[in-house]
Design a protein around this ligand. Structure first.
Ligand code: MLT
Ligand code: MN
Ligand code: ZN
Length: 311
């Protein structure tokens, strides 16, 4: 099973169009050792031809161009993307759906009820797409009535050999969601992606606000974790004068300090540990920074666009 990192940055990408922070300015001018990154998305395949796109970023067209494996060219109009699964209804994870509007069949979309609701109201991409390819929705639903920690496993037709185990996470619904201040199961989700033949798994969660026991368990089970590396400190955006929001306000756990992601990574034992959804303010983007060196000491990698993980 192959996991392809299409985009490793948080919303805004790196560099962000209007940002002149040390990182954005530095990567633009080539004065720091860092690579540009597109917005958060991965693709998964077992045979290298048929793919499930996990999150559809506003950069999807650039990402498809950069990854020819997603375009097997079997017919005059064709795509290797058999279905799209979205983890939440955030702009950086769903607006790429609009770019897939030329599809010849309805777009297969896997999402929870909460996300489906947002995509029909707060950010009504589904009604808009009904004027183009249309959307065939496949529900991500609780495994059993009353189960609040797991969703039923999913196998996507046409993408053999992979089982998806979505799980609900505590993070934040988008600002345009009626659930923003009133969290619901399914607002934000993670995914344990299983290679059916080997039983090996990768845990993917680009937005992780709080580590609940079922999340810790999934991370301790996975052979590889690919998780929220948005910010180094909780008040990073505030200190730089870029925002009034803390990481927690946005539903992200900071990397450093007590209760941070590095501490959590240390607690889950030996397995491959990779950070994704990196905000452009995060000092780890500078490959020569002390923060990046500290990650290496903890055995933690930083995802980059085009990174391939085999499980
Ligand atoms: C987030 O995860 O908080 C987002 O990246 C916000 C955004 O898309 O602007
Ligand atoms: Mn995001
Ligand atoms: Zn910046």
């Amino acid at each position: 099973m192959k996991i392809l990192v299409l985009g490793s940055a948080a919303g805004g990408g790196f560099p962000q169009w209007n940002c002149n922070c040390t990182n954005c300015n530095g990567v633009r001018k080539g004065t720091i050792n860092a690579r540009a990154r597109t917005q958060s998305s991965i693709a998964v395949s077992n045979n290298g031809v048929d793919w499930v796109l996990i999150n559809a970023s506003p950069d999807i067209l650039t990402q498809i161009r950069a990854n020819p494996a997603l375009q097997p060219a079997r017919a005059i109009r064709d795509s290797g993307i058999a279905a799209v699964m979205v983890m939440d209804a955030q702009i950086d994870h769903v607006t790429g759906l609009l770019m897939l509007r030329e599809g010849k069949k309805k777009l297969n979309l896997y999402c929870t009820d909460s996300v489906w609701d947002d995509l029909n109201h707060g950010l009504p991409l589904v009604p808009v797409l009904s004027h183009y390819c249309g959307v065939e929705r496949h529900a991500i639903s609780p495994a059993a009535a009353g189960d609040t920690t797991s969703f039923a496993p999913i196998e996507v037709p046409g993408v053999a050999g992979i089982r998806f185990h979505p799980l609900p996470l505590k993070s934040k619904a988008p600002p345009y969601s009626p659930h923003r201040a009133n969290p619901q199961m399914g607002d934000n989700n993670g995914l344990l992606i299983e290679n059916i033949e080997t039983g090996k798994t990768l845990f993917y969660a680009p937005g992780l606000g709080e580590i609940e026991p079922h999340v810790q368990a999934a991370m301790e089970k996975a052979d590889c974790v690919l998780v929220d590396g948005t910010v180094w400190t909780g008040d990073e955006m505030i200190t730089l004068g870029l925002s009034q929001k803390t990481a927690a306000d946005m539903g992200h756990l900071q990397l450093s300090g007590p209760g941070g992601m590095i501490e959590l990574m240390d607690s889950i034992g030996a397995r491959r540990k990779v950070l994704i959804h990196i905000n452009n303010t995060n000092p780890i983007l500078n490959e020569d920074s002390a923060e990046r060196a500290s990650l290496a000491k903890h055995g933690i990698e930083v995802a980059f666009d085009g990174m391939e993980i085999s499980i």
